[in-house]
Design a protein around this ligand. Sequence first.
Ligand code: SF4
Length: 199
Amino acid sequence: MTNSKLTRFGQLCGEAWACTRCPRMTERRAVLGPPNGALAPLVMFIAEAPGRQGADRTRTPFHGDASGANFEKLLHSIALRREEIFITNSVLCSPRKPSGANDKPTRAEISNCSDFLQRQIELIDPPLIATIGAVALDAIKRIEPHDFSLKQHAARILDWNGRKLVPLYHPSPQVVITVRPLEQQIRDFRTLAAAIKGR
Ligand code: SF4
């Protein structure tokens, strides 16, 4: 990795930390920095948003809450280490309901943050992207349109924007219980491992 890549990443982090484009997130700090992972990763994960008990608290994406614990089990299942990956989100700040609970990012917020997402992809230039959940799969359409859906394309190795793409389900407890059990997500991660090996 070049010094200039590190410098440009630092500049991008500084811009994101100072960003106030989303009115309800002006008090939140963008989760972007060294804990997001390697700048020359085997795979770049794109998820939905930093969670209240997870990344917004720990400053490490997918760490500190139940979704993070499941994600770490999935990484472990294919012997993938955090030092080998980069993780970011469709929106870099943590969207909250008025009650303080986690909320889904709005379309406007995803649109506001798509420039940061595009710049992260361009800077890190990963050979492989894995989206985590439907929101992330939808968010990358703003960078390069596609017709993929989780229902039809989950755990498939696809071509998108000059690189490989593997859409994955979100490992939140709600998704694990109601939509995609962890055992199935472990099988999905085997496809991801094959995509990494096939680079
Ligand atoms: S979510 Fe993205 S666009 Fe919105 S305030 Fe945070 S960094 Fe800025």
